[in-house]
Design a protein around this ligand. Structure first.
Ligand code: FCB
Length: 453
């Protein structure tokens, strides 16, 4: 039997910029992503997210779909610039009201709201002031968090601060493919550090204002070496420190991994010791986003900076439309390893899912997506095995509730349980959504039928 623990929480996830549309409605200020998505070359497909899933208008219908799936929790993010158009100072009442209505409607529907405070869209006014590179950004973020806690803290049982800070640093400041679109190894460590300080300060505010639980969401991509060659092994170790431990070690252990100084060399700063006490606030759980692993070999070329590792494609393996290898076993290995490194802190899988090309809905409105369904099935079995072997996982959120705006890839990558026709806004449940609905309804038991497949 693959029944999950009693009280295991089944959900799905989205992010504000990817689904909402109406970025400037009702007094909202522009975000860095709004600006970036309108810059030539910012989005590979030339699209923008001005309408996206039109969730800002259609959210009551989306809530009905969540009900149809039997979701027990919904993870979404708040747009800071809707709530504080300038990022600091004045609060935009209607922006905060939008999220208050959503939260209340979720609670009425018996669906636990799990908001993320920062899922990459930063008020553009703050980007102008240096964004996360500016040490003050940590305090700006904590103030914004405090305002949200005051309004919603009495009702929301579980919060997260940042989503995947690594992407903000790596894509924004190392590879320059997300805003602010720069490549500057001397900026990156400060951005990491200020994001983490912001997290810690927000947690402090939370403890002063609210009961309930708070955590941070990190993406974890196991880094395997291409072979036994010590150079490849060392490359995989650096890649792991950079992407995985750079964020978890300070939050949970109070220091950066030793490899950081090796990776950033002269650019790695001597951070004030007092900052680490700020960062290492006790958290109630850790949110883990898992999609894939990577296989690494040593590569000294400029494109493989800063870790001098590049990824090897595995012949015969299945890859998603993102070019991410499908490997459920790595989820199991990751969960075992997290326990070894960081102990029994409760975990949530806050994102897991796959982009595959989908057919148009047929005349009955059906979207057959066997590869995505199989991805969920095999990853949930791996998760079950990890829980059976002692990993403390409290819940799982599929990425994503809806097909949406996949950042620089525009609408070209579909991750949804629910298909969206971006021309008309129409939604259709995919087969994977029906499968997931049955997983939820049986608390995982239907997975046992497929165990031997
Ligand atoms: C994660 C992001 C999420 C989405 C998925 C596919 O890195 O958190 O917004 O883009 O990848």
């Amino acid at each position: 039997m693959t029944t999950f623990p009693k009280d295991f929480l089944w959900g799905a996830a989205t992010a504000a910029f990817q689904i909402e549309g109406s970025p400037l409605a009702d007094g909202a200020g522009p975000s860095n992503w709004l600006r970036f998505s309108h810059q030539p070359g910012g989005i590979l497909t030339g699209e923008n997210a001005d309408i996206a899933c039109d969730h800002y208008q259609r959210w009551p219908g989306d809530l009905d779909l969540m009900r149809q799936l039997g979701l027990q929790a919904y993870r979404f993010s708040l747009s800071w610039s809707r709530i504080m158009p300038e990022g600091t100072g004045a609060v935009n009442g209607p922006g905060l009201d939008f999220y208050a209505r959503l939260v209340d409607a979720l609670l009425d529907a018996g669906i636990q709201p799990v908001p993320t405070l920062f899922h990459w869209d930063l008020p553009d006014a703050l980007a102008e002031r240096g964004g996360w590179r500016n040490r003050d950004c940590a305090e700006w973020f904590a103030d914004y968090a405090g305002i949200v806690f005051q309004r919603l803290g009495d009702r929301v049982p579980r919060w997260t601060t940042h989503n995947e800070p690594w992407v903000v640093v790596d894509a924004g400041y190392v590879h320059g493919v997300h805003p602010p679109g720069i490549r500057d190894l001397s900026a990156a460590p400060h951005v990491t550090h200020n994001l983490l300080r912001g997290h810690g300060l927000a947690v402090q505010n939370f403890r002063a204002e609210c009961r309930g639980e708070i955590g941070i969401v990190v993406n974890q991509e196991p880094k395997d070496a291409a072979g036994d060659d010590p150079a490849d092994q060392a490359a995989a170790r650096r890649a792991d420190a950079y992407m995985n431990r750079q964020f978890l070690d300070p939050v949970l252990l109070g220091s950066y991994p030793d490899e950081m100084a090796e990776i950033f060399a002269a650019h790695w700063p001597d951070f004030p010791a007092a900052d680490f006490a700020q960062i290492q606030q006790p958290i109630d759980f850790l949110g883990v986003n898992y999609y894939t692993r990577s296989v690494n070999r040593f590569d000294p070329s400029p494109t493989a900076q800063p870790v001098q590792a590049s990824q090897v494609r595995r012949p015969g393996a299945l890859y998603t439309e993102m070019e991410w290898e499908v490997r459920p076993r790595s989820l199991y290995e990751l969960l075992m390893r997290l326990r070894k490194l960081y102990g029994d802190i409760p975990l949530f899988i806050t994102e897991n899912g796959a982009a595959f090309a989908d057919p148009q809905p047929d005349e009955d409105g059906r979207i057959a997506d066997p590869l995505r369904t199989e991805y969920f099935r095999t990853h949930l079995l791996a998760l079950y095995d990890a829980v059976a072997d002692g990993s403390v996982v409290r819940g799982y959120f599929a990425w994503s509730l809806l097909d949406n705006f996949e950042w620089t890839f525009g609408f070209s990558k579909r991750f949804g349980l629910i298909g969206v026709d971006f021309a008309t806004g129409e939604r259709h449940l995919k087969d994977s959504a029906l499968f997931y609905r049955d997983v939820i309804a049986t608390n995982g038991e239907i997975l046992s039928d497929s165990r031997s497949r």
